[in-house]
Design a protein. Structure first.
Length: 265
């Protein structure tokens, strides 16, 4: 399934319709640069065109929603077929906005969950979409760096424990939904692979900072497949802040023990 399936959704006054294309995720970055008219024509030429033409969520690797009523474009492409860092995504979105004048172009960090919310559909509309992530293992952490400093983990996690000690770790397979839906306790378990400093020559797709003394959790994310309404009950009396893609804000909160040096774009 090289390249992965893409979902395409068009919303107009008559409602929504869904199309799908095998390997469409691989070309979506380029496809959108052709502007709205050609993109809409391209989408309508794919398989589907009915309200229920959803592939299961395991197969999808990209989603595009075009709301013609509000000139809104929502897009997300999985990291294994897309630009591997936040700065590169930002640069690509600037190019898309230039090709779509008058449109509100947004990265859909929560992917199909965000599309379901926009359409006011339950998550189980798409098979497997409402399945919970696997629970965190007691030792969930990898080192924050690989030997290759340019190789970015899926998610960076920084934890300041109740004594104020900072530890930095990563996961190379998990998006931050697993950590956030686990609540604070598993994240505060000391991790053998964690370090007290990290230098990154790029920006991970996702980052989470857990500050136990302040009882706050802050994150940036470009891939966060969850229902945010679930979080307050799992983090009682904590302040939870989604910073969008503003990794700079979260890195500042973490402090000088984390150094992120993104390449120029």
């Amino acid at each position: 399934m090289s390249g992965g399936h893409a979902h395409y959704v068009i919303v107009d006054r008559g409602g929504h319709r869904v199309w799908s294309r095998d390997r469409g995720a691989r070309t979506l970055q380029k496809d959108l640069l052709s502007g709205p008219d050609r993109t809409i024509e391209f989408v309508r030429a794919q398989k589907g065109g009915t309200p229920n033409f959803w592939m299961n969520s395991v197969w999808w690797r990209a989603v595009l929603l075009l709301d013609l009523r509000h000139r809104l474009l929502l897009v997300q492409i999985a990291d294994d077929v897309c630009a591997p860092s936040v700065p590169e995504i930002r640069a690509w979105l600037r190019a898309v906005r230039a090709a779509w004048p008058g449109w509100d172009v947004r990265w859909a960090a929560r992917g199909l969950h965000e599309v379901m919310d926009h359409l006011d559909l339950p998550y189980d509309t798409v098979r497997y979409l409402d399945d919970p992530p696997p629970p965190l293992a007691e030792q969930w952490a990898d080192p924050p760096n690989d030997d290759d400093l340019t190789e970015m983990p899926e998610t960076l996690i920084a934890v300041r424990n109740d004594e104020g000690r900072l530890s930095l770790a990563s996961t190379w397979t998990l998006t931050p939904d697993a950590a956030l839906l686990a609540g604070p306790e598993p994240l505060l378990v000391p991790q053998e692979q964690a370090t007290d400093t990290a230098v990154l020559e790029g920006v991970p797709w996702n980052g989470l900072y857990v500050d136990a003394p302040a009882r706050r959790a802050d994150w940036w994310a470009t891939d966060l497949p969850l229902d945010p309404r679930r979080l307050p009950a799992l983090w009682p009396d904590w302040t939870l802040t989604d910073h969008g893609d503003a990794y700079e804000e979260v890195a500042t909160l973490i402090g000088p023990n984390l150094l992120i040096q993104p390449p120029p774009t």
